[in-house]
Design a protein around this ligand. Structure first.
Ligand code: EPU
Length: 445
């Protein structure tokens, strides 16, 4: 990887220059990592294409390796070859060491229970954006017949009588819980009905992967997914859909800095909701054969009222980068976050840079959500336009961190952004991309 960064990395950014030029996005982090887990279920090797060079792929590769899966990664071509012929149990200490800050290990449970009859997961990390519990996951695994044993070092699972199809009603259309069900149901005995499922494009692409492997899965318009378990699955060859979060992040960077960015590899269908919002704010875009060009048209940006939600709503991961652009709109914008209870922590640093953003416990903007009567600051009012000034900032999490980077690029003066290595989890070669877009950003060791 060209962006191997160490823990103390700080990026010095001279802001105030429009980002202009061309970059490429490859496969979606949130599909690639799950398709890699799906490879565990096959009897023959799998090949995944359009794989980005990001830390999360390294983490899952490491986890697969310690479970006996052969992993070959051609970084430049973006091809991963995964051979699950010799799946075996891993040592607890190794799992702990490899899992790092990832939440992916929870998705290993179903496939490992099918392959080995047992699984172990350490305490889970992931970005600090709310509690991010795993109760749905554990309840689902229990429904299939797994025995869940919570131990001081993690959770041990076993399935002495195998896993059986079941009916699952999700309390919320959780992406991870839907994936957990799919990855477990495809090889469970009999039929599984999942009600209230998430239907994000990354989930539909995972279903496509599983279908290539031999699974039988149908999706209804009412969020019901039915899976008929099969006895065996084979390897797949699949090209990941594009990373619509990365694409939207660069689009917001173009808007916030008054720039013009061609995001090659970005695709329209998965980004429709983002594109509508981008246009309402006053951004311009052009859908081309090989990507989407995003630019600031000059003049004032328009404030908006926005609510994040599950697909086909406005993704929670699109919210943070766009909020930076909204600080440059003339007037009041309202953003209601309904997916995570605690995803406005990043606004504190923006306030320090001159943004006028207030966060509220109430559901602002029209509808109420499950966080409404509780103590979570999950609505934000952004009053613009405010010039941003340089500051020293610490990256809080992946998407919040990218937003800080955008703010530093838009701000007057020189900012120091600390903990930049977190951004590597989901944005490949972002230093190279910043350079290609004309940013004045250098790494301090
Ligand atoms: N939830 C529970 N219990 C559970 C699981 C989820 O209460 O057992 C709650 C969460 O706390 C949250 C809501 O359900 O409030 C939705 O969480 P979901 O399960 O949908 O999220 P996830 O699967 O953990 C994935 C992405 C996130 C993305 C969300 C929503 C991956 C690896 N992560 O997380 O992406 O924000 O779906 O679309 O696919 C990112 O890429 O930076 C990122 C955080």
């Amino acid at each position: 990887m060209s962006d191997v960064l160490t823990i103390s990395d700080t990026l010095t950014v001279e802001g105030g220059r429009p980002l202009s030029g061309e970059i490429t996005v490859r496969g979606a982090k949130n599909l690639v990592s799950k398709a890699m887990v799906a490879a565990l279920l096959g009897e023959t090797p799998s090949e995944l294409l359009n794989v980005p060079d990001i830390r999360d792929v390294e983490v899952v590769s490491g986890l697969l390796s310690i479970h006996g899966v052969g992993v070959e990664h051609d970084h430049e071509a973006g091809i991963l070859r995964l051979d699950p012929s010799n799946v075996e149990s891993a040592h607890v200490a190794d799992i702990d060491a490899h899992a790092g800050s990832s939440r992916i290990p929870i998705l290993f449970c179903g496939p490992l229970l099918h392959r080995l009859g047992e699984a172990f997961i350490p305490d889970l990390g992931g970005c600090r954006i709310g509690d991010r519990p795993i109760d749905y996951h554990l309840n689902i695994l229990r429904e299939f017949g797994a025995i869940v044993d919570k131990q001081p070092s993690g959770i041990a699972l076993s399935a002495p009588r195998g896993l059986k199809g079941t009916v699952i009603d999700l309390p919320y259309p959780s992406v991870g819980a839907t994936e957990q069900t799919l990855l477990t149901a495809v090889r469970a005995e009999g039929r599984t009905e999942l009600r209230g499922a998430a239907t994000e494009p990354e989930i539909m692409d995972l279903i496509a992967v599983l279908q290539k492997m031999g699974a039988i899965i149908s999706v209804d318009t009412d969020r019901t997914i039915r899976i008929d378990g099969v006895d065996r699955l084979v390897g797949f060859r699949h090209r990941s859909l594009a990373d619509r979060i990365e694409a939207a992040s660069w689009a917001s960077a173009a808007l916030a800095t008054g720039g013009d960015i061609l995001v090659k590899g970005a695709t329209q269908p998965e980004m429709m909701t983002f594109l509508n919002t981008f246009r309402k704010v006053g951004g311009a875009f052009d859908v081309l054969d090989d990507g989407i060009r995003f630019w600031h048209q000059g003049g004032d940006l328009t404030p908006i009222v926005l609510e994040t939600g599950v697909h086909p709503g406005f993704m929670t991961d699109w919210q943070q980068p766009l909020v930076v652009a909204l600080t440059q709109a003339e007037g009041l914008s309202i953003v209601h976050e309904t997916v995570y209870e605690n995803r406005f922590g990043f606004t504190e640093a923006l306030r320090g840079m001159g943004a006028n953003i207030q966060v509220y416990r109430d559901c602002l903007g029209g509808s109420s959500c499950r966080f409404g009567q509780r103590n979570f600051f999950h609505s934000a009012v952004i009053s613009g336009r405010t010039p941003l000034t340089a500051a020293d900032i610490e990256v809080p999490d992946l998407r919040g961190g990218f937003s800080h980077l955008i703010a530093a690029l838009a701000a007057d003066g020189t900012s120091n952004v600390r903990g930049i290595q977190l951004i590597n989890r989901g944005y490949e070669h972002f230093m190279d991309k910043l350079e290609a877009l004309g940013a004045a950003a250098t790494l301090k060791a």
